[in-house]
Design a protein. Structure first.
Length: 395
């Protein structure tokens, strides 16, 4: 029988040894727990004077924090070496921020020098985000300690719901410009204390005058509607006549304490209709926008839009252009004429993007908000008509 070549046997043994060793290393890496603050570099310390960072605590469990609420904790860093210890802010998680080093002791926003035998405090702040659940974030500090170039500080706990709004938003699909409307939102809170409201407002100043807001505390019987609720209040929004016709967008903001400050925002969305209406080939009635799309500045574009007026004040409607965005859009108001028996008057608008118009992007997205055509109408109940415009002008 022929014996295997010695070089082949040696190669196979080496390959097997490498595979087994690599598997053991991989298993160790997967099962060895990571420790906060453990960024030491193996090796001998320098023979001359050197800084040495000593941190009694690198991990803090804060228990619970409410969604939207803040928390903070101070960590201590000592220099037990024989040379100055230089500290610099390192990376931090998106919801965890390292506070300023103590400026009163010669520190700055991003750096600090601790003399031998001295110490400094580092304030780490965090904010509860999301819908709730386990929270673990870290912030790091870089040092000139040769055996500990980086120290990681970890905060962990649980984010719990601070409040729940029912409904989460107010939707008014068919709001008449000539009539009033009332809407309510129930806010349940889950803090250690009952909420104390500090401010209640409508954030969009252009239409805030049409909103009257009030709040009342929930009764113990009403609190049973939400399991675990410890407090709450009812927000009542009375909407007065006179809102501009078109898309309705507003936000009700309530600031309250329990005892930490919490800000809740409730969107108000819908559409406002009245004696004035819009029609035309480019008018998107489902979105209530003038949809012009992408227009080349070399060729320009033109479209027609019609404003119809009905009701007892139809003869009073005299359209005047007040504002246009972007500037490249031009609007000409035509003569109003009765339709049919005369109960409706139709006023034409000629909308033009002339050749050579400057580039603009108003395609009705979050990054490119809608443009607009604002008209004074002369109607006593709907004095202003705002037409959203979805348009991009490209070279």
């Amino acid at each position: 029988m022929r014996l295997p070549n010695a070089w082949v046997v040696t190669g196979v043994a080496a390959a097997l040894g490498s595979a087994v060793g690599g598997g053991i290393a991989t298993l160790e890496a997967a099962t060895r727990p990571w420790r906060a603050g453990d960024f030491a570099v193996a090796g001998r310390r320098p023979s001359g004077p050197a800084p040495q960072a000593d941190v009694p605590e690198t991990q803090f469990a804060f228990g619970t924090v409410g969604v939207g609420a803040k928390g903070s904790h101070e960590f201590v860093i000592r220099n037990i070496g024989s040379a100055p210890l230089k500290l610099t802010k390192g990376a931090s998680s998106c919801t965890c921020t390292v506070g300023d080093f103590e400026e009163s002791e010669g520190g700055s926003k991003d750096a600090k020098v601790v003399q031998p035998g001295g110490s400094t405090r580092l304030n780490v702040e965090w904010r509860g985000k999301g819908d709730g659940g386990p929270f673990r974030q870290q912030a790091s500090v870089l040092t000139n300690d040769p055996s500990r170039p980086q120290i990681a500080f970890v905060v962990e706990g649980t984010v719990v719901p601070t409040y729940k709004a029912v409904p989460m938003s107010i939707t008014l699909p068919k709001l008449s410009a000539s009539s009033s409307q009332q809407a309510t939102v129930t806010v349940f809170t889950f803090g250690k204390e009952k909420p104390t409201i500090e401010a209640l407002s409508a954030t969009d100043e252009k239409t805030a005058q049409f909103y009257s807001l009030a709040s009342t505390d929930l009764t113990p019987a009403e609190l049973t509607a939400a399991a675990g609720a410890t407090g709450g209040f009812l927000i009542t929004a009375d909407i007065r006549p006179g809102l501009p016709i078109g898309t309705l967008r507003q936000t009700i903001r309530v600031v309250f304490r329990m005892p930490e400050e919490v800000i809740a925002e409730i969107p108000v969305e819908g559409s406002v209709s009245g004696d004035l209406a819009l029609a035309g080939k480019a008018w998107d009635s489902s979105r209530e926008v003038l949809l012009l799309g992408t227009v080349s500045s070399r060729t320009g574009a033109e479209t027609s839009l019609f404003v119809t007026a009905k009701g007892p004040h139809r003869e009073d409607v005299k359209l005047v252009v007040r504002e246009i965005a972007p500037d490249g859009v031009k609007v000409v108001v035509g003569e109003g004429k009765p339709v049919g028996s005369g109960n409706v008057i139709r006023i034409p608008l000629t909308i033009t993007i002339p050749p050579g118009s400057a580039p603009a992007n108003h395609l009705c997205s979050e990054q490119a908000p809608a443009g607009k055509i604002v008209l004074d109408t002369g109607h006593p109940e709907s004095p202003t008509l705002t037409i959203p415009v979805c348009l991009a002008i490209v070279p």
